[in-house]
Structure formats: structure tokens, C-alpha cells
Write a protein that binds this ligand. Structure first.
Ligand SMILES: Nc1ncnc2c1ncn2[C@@H]1O[C@H](COP(=O)(O)OP(=O)(O)O)[C@@H](O)[C@H]1O
Ligand SMILES: Cc1ncsc1CCOP(=O)(O)O
Ligand SMILES: [Mg+2]
Length: 289
């Protein structure tokens, strides 16, 4: 006779299922070298491309509207990072978001520096209708985006200070859930512990390194790597896989170096070397919202 499953059993099954999906995402990317195009900031563009290559993806960075549209059409997913805007982005970014939305291609948004300047806020408001598959940001950015989109858990964007978070990841939980419910995709809030949600399930990914706050581009490149995994996996699994490999590689790199410069190099090596099984076994806690 089959006894009814207890809630703990469901959780165990879910956790096993999620692990096998993470393994599949890591291996498929390494076998197929999928392309995720990006429009990203000029500060960390090189690090984003290197991280995407290290996990097995293929990178292409552009600035112009027709080139962005081309990449959105031919790539498996596209990454938009708002870090350093140029006037032409008023055309490029909505074009990519619209094409991705209309063709059902995944796209990842990092709302870096939300709150600074009028073009950034205008574009971010416009993106609400194009429902990014994954929104990745630090706690302050996620809270501010929910505010800009007039969703639960958000606050006025004028609270934002720059590119670094002034809020804790747990403060962004309600905003992350509200954003995920609106988009139907996933939201990843990064920090000491990462929070990833699809609006109904909430996951915490542990690990990483304090050195990740001492290099520029840890967050930006994480967004680029999410886009690589989104070419082969659902938004939630893509965000979880990227968080797991970042946390694993970050802890491993920290053990081998004594400063941020060498950390950045070692971190890329660890991204490259991490096995699918180790990534899937990185500390992860999953709960219902
Ligand atoms: N204090 C920390 N300890 C461990 N990992 C961290 C820490 N701060 C950030 N990270 C990791 O660094 C990456 C980028 O996160 P974060 O610094 O929050 O993004 P951003 O650079 O956009 O502010 C994530 O993988 C996150 O888990
Ligand atoms: C410093 C800076 N200024 C504009 S974009 C940028 C990079 C931010 O990178 P990250 O959010 O990954 O630390
Ligand atoms: Mg950032």
C-alpha cells in the first residue's frame, strides 16, 4: 500500500529533482556552448564575457539597436545590464526586450544603479511590460525596481545610492516575490546569502566570499552567467545554477588567495573547474513561499 507523502518527503523529492536539473543545465551548457548576447556596462564588460566563457557559454557584446535585435533573435537568451547607459540605449534596450518578449526568448535584467538619472528610470519603467525572464540584482536594486513598478515590497527609487547594496537580502524578500509573480519568471537577490524565487518557491544559496564585494563585476557577471544557463533551463533553474556555481567558485577561490586581485583570476579558474555534481551539491535550502 502506498502511504501518502509527508511534506518533508515532497521537499526531499523537489530538492533531488532540482539538483538533477542543475546538473543537466551545467552539462548541457558545457556540451553545446550556447550563445547569450549582452548589452552590459563598460566597467565590467570583459569580466562578464570571461565568466560566461568559463562556465561553457559563448559571449557577444553589442551597443547598437540592430545588433542587439540580431543577437536577441539568434542567441538562446539575452542579457541587459543597465550599469553605464549611452544615449543610443534608449533605442537598443527596449528593442531587445520587446523582441525577446514577443518571440518567447529568455532575457535577463540587471537593474544596476537604479535611481540614478532619468533615462535609466524611464527604461526600467518601460521594461515592466516586457517581463524579464530573470531579474538579478542586489537587495537595494530589487527593492527599488519593485517600487518603480509599483509592486509589493518596493520603496521609492530615490533611496538607491549607487551600485552597491545598502539593504540586506532578507529585506528584499517581499519585493523579489512580487516581481517574480508579475513577470512569471525568477528573481535572484544576491548578497552574503543569495535568495532566488519564482514567486511560489524560495531558495537560499550559500557560500561565496567577502572578496566578491571587493571586486567590481561579481554581480554583473553573475547576470551574464544566468543568461547562459537560461539558454538551456527554466528561469528559476538558470538563476539557481548560476548562484550555486558562483557561491562554490567564490568559496574555493577565497581559500587559495590573499587579496581581491588574485581572487578575480582564481574565481574564473574555479568557475571553469567546478564539476556539475559539486555545483548541484553546493549548500541550498528550498522552501515554499
Ligand atoms: N559577503 C559576501 N559573502 C559571500 N558572497 C558574497 C558576498 N557579497 C556578495 N557575494 C556574492 O557575490 C556575487 C555578487 O553579489 P553582489 O555583490 O550582491 O552583487 P552586486 O555586485 O550586483 O552588488 C553573488 O554571487 C553573491 O553571492
Ligand atoms: C562600478 C560600476 N559603475 C557603473 S556599473 C559598475 C559595475 C557594477 O558591477 P557590480 O554590480 O557587479 O559590482
Ligand atoms: Mg550589481
Amino acid at each position: 500500500m502506498n502511504l501518502p507523502l509527508r511534506k518533508e518527503d515532497y521537499n526531499m523529492i523537489n530538492q533531488e529533482d532540482i539538483k538533477s536539473q542543475i546538473i543537466q543545465a551545467v552539462e548541457t551548457v558545457r556540451q553545446t556552448n550556447p550563445m547569450a548576447g549582452s548589452v552590459t556596462n563598460t566597467v565590467t564588460i570583459n569580466f562578464v564575457a570571461n565568466a560566461q566563457l568559463a562556465v561553457g557559454g559563448s559571449a557577444a557584446m553589442v551597443y547598437l539597436p540592430d545588433e542587439g535585435e540580431f543577437l536577441a533573435n539568434v542567441g538562446g537568451a539575452t542579457y541587459i545590464n543597465m550599469g553605464t547607459l549611452l544615449p543610443i540605449y534608449e533605442e537598443t534596450l527596449p528593442q531587445i526586450a520587446k523582441v525577446s518578449h514577443d518571440t518567447g526568448k529568455p532575457w535577463v535584467l540587471d537593474p544596476v544603479a537604479i535611481g540614478i538619472g532619468s533615462l535609466r528610470n524611464q527604461l526600467l519603467r518601460e521594461f515592466k511590460q516586457y517581463k524579464p525572464s530573470v531579474i538579478r540584482g542586489n537587495a537595494s536594486e530589487i527593492i527599488a525596481l519593485a517600487g518603480l513598478w509599483e509592486l509589493d515590497g518596493g520603496t521609492d527609487v530615490s533611496n538607491a545610492r549607487g551600485v552597491d547594496s545598502t539593504d540586506s537580502v532578507s529585506d528584499a524578500k517581499a519585493a523579489a516575490i512580487a516581481l517574480a509573480k508579475w513577470t512569471g519568471g525568477a528573481v535572484a537577490v544576491s548578497g552574503k546569502t543569495d535568495l532566488i524565487t519564482d514567486g511560489s518557491v524560495i531558495a537560499f544559496s550559500y557560500g561565496g566570499s567577502h572578496f566578491m564585494e571587493k571586486i567590481t563585476g561579481a554581480g554583473c557577471s553573475l547576470g551574464g552567467v544566468v543568461a547562459v544557463y537560461a539558454t538551456v533551463a527554466s528561469p528559476f533553474i538558470a538563476a539557481l545554477t548560476a548562484a550555486a556555481v558562483y557561491n562554490l567558485a567564490g568559496s574555493r577561490a577565497e581559500n587559495k588567495v590573499d587579496g581581491p586581485g588574485s581572487f578575480q583570476i582564481q574565481f574564473l579558474d574555479e568557475l571553469y573547474k567546478a564539476s556539475a555534481a559539486d555545483i548541484a551539491s553546493n549548500s541550498l535550502e528550498i522552501k515554499e513561499v
